[in-house]
Design a protein around this ligand. Structure first.
Ligand SMILES: [Zn+2]
Length: 272
């Protein structure tokens, strides 16, 4: 096991007293952004956001029921956070067994995109609100990690070996969530295994060179099943796509048409 250092996420449950919480939230209710309040107070955005729904400290020992392994299995409470996290998990995540029935979810996030690391930690925290979220620094990336007995319930795609070496199919309840929140799912997949790049060229217009830019989105994943989940969801929201072979392997999905890139810009945007 790697050395695990707790991050600001511990503050969600324990570090701050009620007075500090109320003062910080007061700044947010005055219309300040979570970013600016976070900068001023040193309190993480994840903590501020969680206090907006629950200001009292969580008792870490309190069992939060699992929506899947109870008498009547249902869906996670916050389906938008789940749809986004499902995209991240299918892109760059894994669920591994630790011991005594406990698993850990690990999502690998590049250091280049600190905003995405925060979003990932927030989504995990919302899906399992009573479990601590850890960030483990590695070379060039952070692993955002959380322990729970219920990750296999929430991500039944969990299994041995690499995802592209086994079949990946959504369960009906997961597909319903993706159908209800397609953009969150697409955003999660792009944030893990995708990117937005800008190609450009110059053309002479009236004797003057003019620069033209061609933004496009790429999604790259070795799993045929995961690429199909991505493109099926693109179809549902009306985004045109093509498959680009790298060598002989059709691992890349490209979105290049102007209207489709505009849709992606509205709902996904560049990484940050
Ligand atoms: Zn469960």
């Amino acid at each position: 096991m790697p050395c695990i250092a707790a991050t600001g996420d511990t503050s969600i449950g324990q570090m701050y007293d009620m007075g500090t919480r109320k003062q910080a939230l007061a700044l947010v209710t005055q219309g300040r952004s979570l970013n600016s309040v976070s900068k001023e107070t040193g309190i993480s955005r994840a903590a501020l956001r969680s206090w907006q729904t629950r200001i009292e400290p969580l008792d870490w020992n309190r069992a939060v029921p699992c929506p899947r392994c109870c008498d009547t299995p249902g869906k996670p409470d916050n389906q938008t956070a789940y749809a986004y996290l499902l995209g991240l998990y299918l892109g760059d995540g894994c669920v591994s067994y630790l011991r005594r029935g406990v698993y850990f979810l690990r999502i690998t996030c590049a250091d280049a995109w600190p905003g995405l690391i925060d979003l990932c930690a927030e989504a995990i925290q919302i899906v399992r609100p009573a479990n601590k979220v850890f960030r483990v620094q590695r070379q060039g990336c952070q692993s955002v990690t959380c322990f729970s007995k219920h990750w296999p319930c929430l991500f039944p795609q969990h299994g041995h070996g690499k995802k592209h070496e086994r079949a990946i199919a959504l369960e009906p309840w997961q597909q319903e969530i993706v159908d209800a929140h397609p953009w969150e799912f697409i955003r999660g997949l792009i944030h893990s295994d995708g990117c937005r790049i800008t190609n450009w060229t110059t053309r002479m217009v009236g004797g003057v060179p003019k620069r033209y830019e061609y933004p496009r989105y790429f999604f790259t994943n070795k799993s045929d099943d995961i690429r199909k989940l991505f493109t099926d969801t693109l179809d549902k929201v009306g985004v045109d796509w093509t498959t680009l072979a790298r060598g002989s392997d059709p691992f890349n999905v490209s979105v290049a048409r102007k209207a489709s890139v505009a849709l992606m810009d509205t709902h996904v945007g560049p990484k940050y």
